[in-house]
Write a protein that binds this ligand. Sequence first.
Ligand SMILES: Nc1nc2c(ncn2[C@@H]2O[C@H](COP(=O)(O)OP(=O)(O)OP(=O)(O)O)[C@@H](O)[C@H]2O)c(=O)[nH]1
Length: 303
Amino acid sequence: MSDTRAGFVALIGEPNAGKSTLLNRMVGAKVSIVTHKVQTTRARIRGVAIEGESQIVFVDTPGLFRPRRRLDRAMVAAAWTGAADADVVVMMVEAHRGITEGVEAILDGLKERETGRKVALAINKIDRVASEVLLKLTKDLNERFAFAETFMISAEKGHGVEDLRKWLAQEVPAGPWLYPEDQIADLPMRMIAAEMTREKLTLRLHQELPYQLTVETENWEERKDGSARIDQVIYVARDGHKGIILGKKGETIKGVSQAARAELQEFLGRPVHLFLQVKVRPNWLEEKERYSEMGLDFKDGNA
Ligand SMILES: Nc1nc2c(ncn2[C@@H]2O[C@H](COP(=O)(O)OP(=O)(O)OP(=O)(O)O)[C@@H](O)[C@H]2O)c(=O)[nH]1
């Protein structure tokens, strides 16, 4: 019998809000699965924190802002996808900057995507402002959005971070840990490879990227000639989404495959043969196997 809990948490905020600093504090060097390369490819899972019986898995969310250029739109869409996949969302606001245009845009985004999921407010960089400013900002922000809880933190100095982590630990759903303890130190290569393909899809499809899309590495074969054969499946929720991924005459998936293969080759330093398939799985979120194939663990008794 165990009382373990585990779930996904998305940190959202404007660029520079302090998301990385906070993440590093909460995750700690020992259990960080962040590699340099993964950061630059904007992997969806950035780190795992353990607090008591809870495992908190942080999903990556690039900075949010009102997008103007195409690439910006793709990045912002990716950030919102991360937030949509999460069990709990933490919105970070910089204390000394207050309610900027960017903060307003995020609040609008949260309201548009209201899903009943809890959103906590973390006012960061409190070391830079006086307490009156902080109290007023807390009040103003809470009037604009129904935050489940407000935390005043300094990610850099560590103030309030422990409280936030403890709160998150009790908010993630009850259930077995998603990562076995011994796997936390290494982000499995299969997952990194899947993230690369996902990133190429995001860059190519922008806001057309189907909701609930997931990429999994099904097979990884080291060949005698030093190359690697990697088979991946792109799961989509609906039949109509399949066509979007394939593109006209298969052009989209071909482009994605070429770009992902090039990046994988560079990352691994050896030739890669990448095979992509698109499959429709309406209920993938409920399927345990999906999690294990993503490098996540859903086995029972994994406390
Ligand atoms: N004074 C102060 N500075 C902080 C605090 N937290 C973060 N910073 C600084 O804010 C800057 C941005 O922090 P990051 O953690 O890189 O911000 P980010 O949100 O991950 O930024 P993007 O990756 O661009 O989205 C860095 O220079 C940090 O040192 C804080 O609590 N107080």
